[in-house]
Design a protein around this ligand. Structure first.
Ligand code: SF4
Length: 105
């Protein structure tokens, strides 16, 4: 999956949400309780919906940039997004630091 981590937050959330494959599914499917037992099957079922969703990339971008800690977003679990968000924050920090360094020269 190719994600555009440096993309500025310029998307219209309402626009991509209109195309969400999950909009007509049971919301509880995307918010499993826990990460063991039945929740494992629920997480996998939600991800399968995401993998067929045409807005998986903007959905994940949104979830990372807005720190959606709960549920399945863009085909990722809470734990997976936690790691991705760390990478995203580091990239944002590096980008901002580089910009500030260049503006002081
Ligand atoms: S990627 Fe998954 S959570 Fe995001 S809009 Fe599509 S189906 Fe819903």
């Amino acid at each position: 999956m190719a994600l555009m981590w440096n993309r500025p937050i310029e998307w219209d959330a309402d626009e991509w949400r209109k195309l969400a494959a999950c909009k007509d599914t049971e919301p509880d499917l995307f918010f499993p309780v826990g990460t063991t037992g039945l929740a494992i099957d629920q997480i996998e079922a939600a991800k399968q919906v995401c993998y067929k969703c045409e807005v998986i990339e903007p959905c994940l971008d949104f979830a990372i940039a807005t720190n959606q800690e709960s549920g399945i977003w863009g085909g990722t679990s809470e734990e997976e997004r936690h790691h991705l968000r760390k990478v995203w924050l580091a990239t944002q920090y590096q980008s901002n630091h580089t910009d500030n360094t260049q503006s002081h020269q």
